[in-house]
Design a protein around this ligand. Structure first.
Ligand SMILES: Cc1cc2nc3c(=O)[nH]c(=O)nc-3n(C[C@H](O)[C@H](O)[C@H](O)COP(=O)(O)O)c2cc1C
Length: 211
């Protein structure tokens, strides 16, 4: 039995009291063993980010998750500030900047736009995977493995509590599987998003090829 992966969820929502989706997603994983939730707006209301603390948190976890609503085709502002300050040369990249090498990176985002809006024929023109490439390349530059993102599309149309609960359940399932090495790593690169087909993405411990 391998050690569970420690997962750091960097959570960014500037108005959590108004959140319908992310508040439930983060709640679904907050109490899991080996999962640390780092609520950036709560901890740094003045954007006064403690670089040393954040770097130490990164070092202490094997998997890093950026969880946030999609804002202007990117993240809420604090997560950009966090990247600018915390991912320093000599720590995250560059000469001797090897602290993040070999870790895994997951984006967990919710979008107002539907899946159909995120394609060439849709009003957002680009796919979500294309729009997430700055995160993907940031992970790559830091020597991290970029996983297909966890995506909840069409939040404006996700109106009932049951649908939201369903997404929260899936999020908890994915995070638990990542923690416990129950991911089908061969299938993952073929998925547009990690929650596209959970039956294929997740394997039971008995048949896990990388367990
Ligand atoms: C400032 C702002 C910018 C937004 N930009 C986008 C966007 O670029 N694409 C999109 O699909 N939805 C966008 N939305 C909608 C949010 O993604 C959506 O409201 C959110 O995912 C819902 O999650 P929540 O209930 O946790 O707030 C934006 C919302 C706000 C407030």
């Amino acid at each position: 039995m391998t050690q569970p992966n420690r997962i750091l969820a960097l959570f960014a929502h500037p108005a959590l009291h108004k959140s319908r989706i992310n508040s439930q997603l983060i709640r679904a994983i907050a109490n899991l063993d080996s999962v640390t939730v780092n609520d950036l707006y709560e901890r740094y209301p003045d954007f006064d980010i403690d670089i040393e603390r954040e770097q130490q948190l990164l070092v202490n976890h094997e998997i890093v998750v950026f969880q946030h609503p999609f804002y202007w085709y990117s993240s809420p502002a604090i997560l950009k500030e966090w990247q600018d300050l915390v991912l320093e040369h000599g720590f995250a990249y560059g000469h001797n900047g090897t602290a993040l090498q070999g870790k895994k990176f997951l984006s967990a985002v919710s979008t107002g736009g539907t899946k159909q809006a995120y394609c060439r024929e849709g009003y957002n023109y680009y796919t979500l995977r294309e729009l997430l490439t700055p995160f993907e390349q940031t992970a790559r530059l830091c020597g991290m493995e970029y996983l297909p993102p966890f995506v909840v599309y069409g939040t404006h149309e996700t109106t009932n509590a049951e649908q939201i609960e369903h997404h929260a359940d899936h999020y908890r399932t994915v995070i638990t599987a990542l923690r416990d090495n129950q991911i089908n790593w061969d299938i993952l690169p073929k998925l547009h998003r990690i929650n596209q087909d959970l039956e294929r993405a997740i394997v039971t411990p008995e048949v896990a090829p990388h367990a």
